[in-house]
Design a binder for this molecule. Structure first.
Ligand code: GLC
Length: 736
């Protein structure tokens, strides 16, 4: 009876309308496809479903994980991937289990290598402040080199979610608020992780996450619903996902949240229509932790069978951590509820990535003890981490040129527990060997300085401690360095906060230190934009040092003493008040523009201006910008160019991120008052002038309309160039 049922189901599957063009896409006749087609012919339905299942081994990054004994399931071909298993010995052990299965299909080992592996790199948001795509790519390449040496094949990174909401703790994981810049960073990170050829054992699969729109949860609460027009999604949130796919990302991860009332994990508009059919994505989509099972919590699926049906039908290829597929898919296929074609498409997508990694040739090619010893935590990695960390630091204020500090400074009053915290320096979502972190305190000692350390403030009790002793220490010093901010655990997943202000008490401590009359340098250590209006006014020098990883200390001291002239720019607006959030610089004019005052788009009780705007960051030198010049272009696809002369008018060499913003003056939908559409980081010697030229193409002038069609409309545009999203010089252009 079962055979007849199965044959009926098979017939039904063959005539069923495929859910997307990709299911019918004929595969090129090449070695990989021949190999995989032949392998799939030998696979039972259960073995195929096994490839769609990923399970953790003691690595818990979500709720409700029922621990199962993995080795037997692996040897029966019922698990295709593990998450959180790392180290050559551990991965070899589980791969051995897979080699005991009938078809010996190798396991895929994935983990969250978000900003460095054993050698910790700056938070992704901090790296984004470098506006240095080469440095960002190098960071991902180093992470891949070390993770691959540890037996990993796949990282669940880069996270590319755009966010305008600093209450959301996961802003630390992305590239900030701007879709144009976020798209460039996404591509750089994919390239860094995957390199030119995934057969290279220093490369790993990347994973574009969390698709899509996860960074816009209502009220800034993690996992909360996301609801926006398709043109809003397309213009402000979609670009980094699309750029990641175009960069060749091997995998995508669906978001926990729903988008326009359909959970992303079962959202066929996102996973099939947009990703697989329109963008031609040939990799595979993995769920987030348990997000297939959570379709029941969304009240979108009635039970785990319904969840499995809806997720696989929508294009969700691999289930992470829950077992809806393992428990229900075989039955759904046999009943004809899920066409075999859909399962085969998902299996093929996964097997192709294993093939590209060379795992069928040698399942143990990432298991090399010698390479593990040589590569992980190497000096090369640490040098690269310090290089990226230096470039991630943003100089927010430098009155009376307190910075850089003089070589004559010998005695430092160091205040704040964060300055000695190895754990906090690594930030959240870290894989780093925390013990190997060089803190600010360590680095000051290593520089031969006399360091008089005070806690100054109890971060857990939220109160100033031993103020008189702290002030006495300050009075005896040449300079006071204050580590102010939040614990690394204040950001990351499930870390939304309703109030992102640095506590009044922490700010009062800084004010007391400033009153001593000694030079005070505030180091802002945080994983998100934070509010610190009192310190912003009263402290003479402020550096945003984020969480910079294993080499945080040396990077910070190199900037303090000017060995590296800070060049970072804020990738997110820093609010002046919680009430401004969500906040971004790409706001619309509205019918009553803010600038008009009176009856206008503003608050009665607080300013609409950010404390620090997107793209803001100072240098130890100064730069002068000429008026921008527009010239028509005859180059194919290029309407014009915009050029600007930038001069280093100071006494130190320095780097500047020259930014181009564009405003479409009148369009068929309302458009932002400005959008970043170009940037170039240049290094100038004192007195040196450089001409920076930006191309004007469809990329600079176009937008997605309400049908998600990309359009470029004729008419007037304003081009603006400058050192941040506020400090700009403009010129006009008409597209005829
Ligand atoms: C987590 C995160 C996701 C991560 C996954 C595996 O809950 O949302 O970004 O990759 O689970 O750890």
């Amino acid at each position: 009876m079962r055979k007849i049922a199965f044959l009926t189901a098979l017939l039904a599957a063959m005539v069923a309308q495929p859910v997307g063009a990709t299911l019918n896409a004929s595969k090129p006749d090449n070695e990989m496809n021949r190999f995989i087609s032949n392998l799939m012919k030998q696979m039972t339905l259960e073995e195929k479903i096994g490839q769609l299942c990923q399970m953790p081994d003691g690595y818990i990054t979500g709720p409700d994980n029922t621990q199962v004994s993995l080795a037997p399931l692996i040897s029966e071909g019922k698990i295709g991937s593990l998450l959180g298993v790392c180290g050559v010995a551990e991965t070899r052990k589980f791969q051995d289990a897979a080699m005991k299965s009938q078809l010996k299909i190798p396991l895929l080992f994935g983990m969250d290598v978000i900003h460095g592996y054993t050698t910790g790199f700056p938070l992704p948001l901090a790296e984004a402040a470098s506006f240095d795509l080469d440095a960002i790519e190098m960071s991902a390449r180093c992470a891949a080199r070390e993770a691959a040496a540890a037996g990993l094949h796949w990282t669940f990174a880069p996270m590319v979610d755009i966010s305008w909401d600093a209450r959301w703790g996961r802003v630390m994981e992305g590239a900030g608020e701007d879709p144009y810049y976020g798209a460039k960073v996404a591509a750089a990170r994919v390239k860094g992780f995957q390199g030119e050829n995934l057969a290279d054992t220093a490369t790993i699969l990347s994973c574009i996450k969390h698709f899509g729109g996860y960074g816009a949860p209502m009220a800034g609460k993690d996992y909360n619903s996301v609801d926006m027009s398709l043109s809003h999604f397309a213009n402000f949130y979609m670009p980094p996902y699309k750029a990641g796919a175009e960069a060749g990302a091997a995998t995508f991860m669906s978001a926990f949240s729903d988008l326009n009332n359909v959970p992303c994990t079962a959202n066929s508009f996102l996973l099939r229509d947009l990703l697989k059919n329109q963008w031609g994505f040939e990799g595979f989509v993995v769920s987030d932790w348990g997000s297939v099972g959570e379709l029941m919590n969304h009240r979108y699926a009635s039970d785990s069978r319904d969840a499995a049906l809806k997720a696989i039908s929508a294009g969700l290829d691999m289930e992470m951590a829950t077992q809806c597929y393992a428990d229900n898919l075989a039955e759904l296929v046999k009943e004809g509820k899920v066409p075999m074609k859909i399962v085969d498409d998902a299996v093929r997508r996964i097997l192709e990535q294993k093939y590209r990694l060379g795992l069928f040739e040698d399942p143990y090619r990432y298991c090399n003890e010698e390479r593990e010893r040589e590569v992980i935590g190497s000096q090369k990695s640490r040098d690269e981490a310090r290089y990226v960390a230096e470039r991630s630091i943003v100089l927010l204020k430098n009155d009376h040129n307190i910075l850089p500090l003089s070589p004559d400074v010998k005695k430092v009053a160091l205040v704040g527990a964060l300055s000695k915290s190895k754990r906090d320096m690594c930030g959240s979502w870290t894989c780093a060997d925390v013990d190997q972190t060089v803190t600010l305190y360590d680095a000051l000692i290593n520089r031969g300085l006399t360091v008089d350390y005070s806690d100054g403030y109890d971060m857990e009790q939220n109160r100033i401690s031993n103020l008189s002793q702290t002030l006495a220490s300050a009075r005896e010093s040449d300079v006071v360095i204050v580590a102010m901010g939040e614990r690394a655990s204040y950001t990351g997943e499930m870390a939304s906060r309703g109030d992102i202000a640095i506590s009044d008490e922490q700010q009062r401590l800084v004010a007391e230190l400033v009153k001593t009359g000694k030079p005070v340098v505030v180091l802002l250590m945080c994983g998100r934009p934070v509010i610190f209006n009192q310190v912003k006014e009263e402290a003479p020098a402020i550096l945003c040092t984020w969480w910079l990883g294993s080499e945080a200390g040396p990077a910070i001291t190199n900037v303090l003493w000017g060995e590296y002239n800070p060049s970072g720019k804020l990738p997110m607006s820093f609010p002046a008040h919680n009430g401004q959030i969500p906040l971004n610089y790409q706001y619309k004019s509205t019918g009553r523009p803010t600038a008009n005052g009176g009856w206008s788009t503003r608050y009665r009780d607080i300013t609409t201006e950010p404390a620090y705007p997107f793209g803001y960051g100072l240098s130890y030198t100064t730069f002068d910008y000429s008026d921008p010049k527009v010239e028509a272009s005859t180059k194919p696809g290029e309407y014009a160019t915009v050029s600007v002369e930038v001069t280093n008018t100071g006494k130190r060499k320095g780097e500047e991120v020259v930014q181009l913003y564009v405003r479409d003056e009148v369009a068929s939908i309302t458009r932002p008052i400005k959008e970043l559409k170009g940037f170039e980081k240049i290094r100038l010697e004192p007195g040196e002038t450089r001409i920076v030229t930006f191309p004007i193409t469809d990329e600079q002038l176009g937008f997605y309309d309400n049908d998600m069609k990309y359009r470029v409309e004729k008419g007037d545009f304003t081009f603006m160039v400058g050192s941040d999203s506020k400090n700009l010089k403009s010129t006009s252009f008409t597209l005829k």
